[in-house]
Design a protein around this ligand. Structure first.
Ligand SMILES: Nc1ncnc2c1ncn2[C@@H]1O[C@H](COP(=O)(O)OP(=O)(O)OP(=O)(O)O)[C@@H](O)[C@H]1O
Length: 227
């Protein structure tokens, strides 16, 4: 069932002494990918940080930002991070690194079952025992996605997470995310500069220009069928 996860109404996005985006309004729903686009410096990452700040507040009194989920239900996958070639942790151990509610050093049956499910979704089964340092760029981003999915999020946020990947890996990552968002009812917010990915995968595009956000529908008919 489609559910509204976030509603933003007339929000001003600012940094000290400067308003970057004025009176921004949009909504985010489960099973959908919202792409946020716009030139460098228009305020996309600042918008994201503003929203995350609101989601952390215990008393939700903002007139402008209404989350139907708590901060714990939100996972962020940032831009590609450097992992040293000698980083020894295996892909499967990396996936469970952030499980916070563990009472013992061992995984429970349900955590193992979830890890197996997530490894299948993210196409990591063949490399679970491989050290993260020996994985490719695309495999690393899928491992970050898997780590985020282990938290069973309702909202997944990707900030330029594909920018260091080659075209095939970018498309594969987004195709997986699209499938998972639909099957697991996860809302996705994807900040990107890549028009091809927007055309293929966005359900809605929020384009920021001249301090304003404009909603554009992606041309879905050009979409996944052509991949
Ligand atoms: N804490 C801060 N104090 C002052 N200015 C800031 C601060 N944080 C960001 N800025 C400025 O605000 C503007 C928007 O930055 P932001 O990173 O949100 O843009 P962006 O749209 O995500 O850009 P990019 O596509 O390059 O990542 C930039 O000019 C940046 O220098």
């Amino acid at each position: 069932m489609v559910e509204k996860i976030l509603s933003v109404k007339n929000l001003d996005v600012s940094v000290p002494n400067k308003t970057l985006i004025k009176s921004l309004s949009f909504e985010v729903f489960t099973g959908q990918i919202l792409c946020i686009t716009g030139d460098n410096g228009v305020g996309k990452t600042t918008l994201l940080n503003t929203l995350l700040g609101e989601s952390k507040k215990v008393k939700k009194i903002s007139k402008h930002v209404d989350f139907s989920v708590s901060f714990d239900a939100i996972q962020v996958i940032p831009q590609f991070r450097e992992i040293d070639d000698n980083y020894p942790l295996s892909v499967e151990n990396f996936m469970t690194l952030n499980l916070t509610h563990r009472l013992s050093p061992w995984l429970s049956h349900s955590e193992k079952a979830l890890r197996a499910q997530v490894a299948e979704w993210t196409n990591l089964n063949q490399i679970l025992k491989q050290p993260m340092g020996k994985t490719s760029g695309g495999e690393k981003q899928r491992a970050y996605l898997a780590q985020a999915l282990m938290a069973e999020p309702q909202l997944l946020i990707l900030d330029e997470s594909t920018s260091n990947l080659d075209r095939d890996s970018r498309i594969e990552l987004l195709r997986l995310i699209k499938e998972i968002s639909v099957s697991e009812d996860i809302a996705v917010v994807f900040i990107t500069h890549d028009p091809e990915l927007v055309a293929m995968f966005a359900d809605v595009e929020l384009h920021i220009q001249n301090h304003k956000g404009v909603i554009r529908k992606a041309e879905l008919e050009k979409g996944i069928a052509n991949v």
